[in-house]
Design a protein around this ligand. Sequence first.
Ligand code: 5GP
Ligand code: MN
Length: 397
Amino acid sequence: MKIAIEGCAHGELERIYNTIEGIENEQKIKIDLLLCCGDFQSTRNLKDLQTMAVPKKYLDICTFYKYYSGELVAPVLTIFIGGNHEASNYLQELPYGGWVAPNIYYLGYAGVVQVNGLRIAGISGIYKGHDFLRGHHEFPPYTESTCRSVYHVRQLEVFRLKQLSGKVDIFMSHDWPTGIYEYGNKEHLLKRKPFFADDMETGKLGSVPLEELLKAVRPEYWFAAHLHCKFAALVPHQPKPTSCSSSSSSDSDGDDDDVRDMPSTPKSPVTTTKFLALDKCLPRRGFLQVLDLPSNPIEGKPHLEYDPEWLSILLTTNHLISVKENYYYLPGKKAGELTERFNFTPTPEELAIIHEKFSSLRIPENFQMTSKAYDPLEQSNYKHMYIEQPTPQLNPQ
Ligand code: 5GP
Ligand code: MN
């Protein structure tokens, strides 16, 4: 499957699809899937634009609304996560993900889907420690404060993603995982972005929960955006501890000798994650990368499906949702220890429940408009309303 990966889209959908068409014509290939790593800006209209946290000079409806209204149709299946510049009110209509326009699918606060057998996971937003332990308490109309905190990553999504057990092919985030720059050409990165040095030294560049997820989920590929530069890294993973090496306590019947005498189980191979961050969508910038990954054969359009393990995790952790502003703690051996994994990985019985509930895992193409689309003939763009006018010069008479 040919996959195009985009860094921050910043509302430039028309430009991105045109670029894809250009690549298709030039390389005589067909791109099957577009992945966007946040700052997608799915603003349907000027009301949505008002909910987006962005300096006023960047307030621009851009081109998403054309795909929302039906004026244009997304030419390739597009899957995206949220970043820190989003139509948050619109995305909050789809906390578990869904179609924001025909052929354009939002993964939700966090989500896992499959496209022709390729397993794609993602998490929306950026990490700010002071909001991590809160519930999703923000709802429109937002205040100056909640229009920002609404996109801050929460522990529940990280906790849920840590429960995944099967192989994940692709993981998408907006932030970079902390420490990722140690596995690529750090010097070259610092040459291009010298102002990252201080944050690197203090461990503040990137997201701590994402580093934990990288180590727990170990996807084959990890794509990110936000820092506005292209950067590749290869992350080696230590072998996962075998059941023997961690067998000391619970089910022991006191006969430890049996365990010690067993031939050591073959260690799982050290795997790697191929990390790639992409730039934002601007001319002559590294904002798009095309990869060819093995998948089930594609006949016509690619098939978008729910992931049964993810659906089960959503179901069995439903009681852990909070919509309150206060900090709360998820279950674990030591409450608050974020690296602790508490087991909601589905059992075969729990997976069977999912298969009973869903006769088909195909995600229905059931997009519906929930608000009026922007009409450039009726209204002028915010950008023009907010452009700072030069102070009028008084004419000395
Ligand atoms: P955005 O497009 O999300 O408003 O902002 C992204 C910009 O902020 C990029 O240019 C990126 O370099 C910068 N940035 C984001 N997070 C950090 C950070 O943690 N440290 C530093 N030094 N820059 C950051
Ligand atoms: Mn960003």
